[in-house]
Design a protein around this ligand. Sequence first.
Ligand code: HEM
Length: 480
Amino acid sequence: FKNPRFIKCSEKFNGPKTIPIFGNALQYLAKSTEDALPLAAKFFNIYGDTVRIWAFKRFVLLTKDPKFFEVILSSQKQLTKNNLYDLMHDWLGGGLLLSTNEKWFQRRKIITPTFHFKILQEFVDVFNYQNNIFVKKLKELKSENPFDIYNMVTLMSLDIISQTAMGVEIHAQNDDSEYAQTVKEMTYIIIDRMMHIWKRPNFIYQFTSDKVRYDRCLKTLHSFTRKIIEKRRETIINEEDEGFENVDDDSIGIKKRMALLDVLLKSTVNGKPLTNSEIAEEVDTFMFEGHDTVTTSTTFTLYLLSQHPDVQKKVYEEAIKIVGYDLSVNPTYNQLQDMKYLECVIKESLRMYPPVPIIGRKLDEDMIFGQTLIPAGVNTNLMIYHLNMDERYFKNPEKFIPERFSETNIRNENPFLYVPFSAGPRNCIGQKFAMLELKSTLSNVIRNFELIKSDIPLNIIAQLTLKSTTGVHVGFRQRK
Ligand code: HEM
């Protein structure tokens, strides 16, 4: 039976017509993953900024209302992810992205110092090192014909997250990576299961052919991250033999680089070290979150620059002005901070193509939105992609206009209007890391190459993170 409090609340919102028992579930039956974003856009057009959906007895609110975003994201209480994330649990366990309550709080406290700006400063060497390998590989192609850059960028992002956060070099750019291919397959399988509601219960799913693929992917992903942990453990034991000291929170950033994984291996909660599976769930979480989102953003930004030579020229001129023409010189942390125009470009790219297009929360307690009471237990989907494409908040939303984010233009803006990294207590812990990595990669690439436009358009799809089914095609012409 439907919860009577949900029924009362649902009467306050518009939504597609329901049928008995199924609610709106059948409307999703014939839909593919490609339909998820257009279908939500259609609902917003017809029913307004917040739309109610019933899937059997489950009540969901889809919203692109910035006031709704604000009430949820600014709350210290509404911190639980919604049912959509359950399907990622076998893979990412109770890592920082999915955990709740005291566990989340403890972990966030342990992990936050590993993203301290002093540590980020040291990561710039790794960014440059891996960017240089990427640039060398592009030069070896000896062709300026546009091609799908997604795989190449993925491998670079994987190398970067592994070498920085885990302290382990995996040489993905040289060896290719089964892990990267499997992440792609896994995200597809999960989103397909999200869309096809009848595949969600385990007792049905176990009899589908997808389950065999799913189990195979899970095994590959977990065995990869377990190897990373083993490798780092061995290195730490060797370093301790050579006098590497134990650390506490206060000392992080002062001693030599302290990778996230080192902190996890050495931390204690209530006097006890983290177990192997607790460490593994964080490594799974950060390996995925730390490379997949940045890959999306890097590829889409390169694409946008290739399509907008005027913007590209400005980015190039800024990079040359700050770092100079000598390509053997790489940007420093401070120089990356000074690239203000590039920052606007990245922000505008994150607006048009937010790597995380949807944030889901299940209300931990009753919430008042305007005059309406929304009861605890309701699932909400904050549709970042649709808010970012709303003409009322971003004029000519289809147009790539980096100047929207110049300091003069954004002064009085509502902070919940633009949230590609989410906001509030559960915002993205890797936000500064990501911005720095993006600036490093984009400035290094643009100093070496002119980006050439392809005629193959993007076809956007929400696949956990945003992807393009047609690939992301860009050409690279070496600068003289
Ligand atoms: C452009 C790149 C990135 C974007 C757009 C992005 C976006 C986001 C968003 C929207 C969330 C909130 C998700 C939710 O509530 O469901 C989030 C959370 C998170 N992100 Fe990122 N992210 C990026 C890069 C990174 C990087 C580089 C890392 C790690 C190094 C990272 C690690 C995480 C983690 C662990 C969480 C969960 C935090 C928590 O719940 O306490 N992200 N990110």
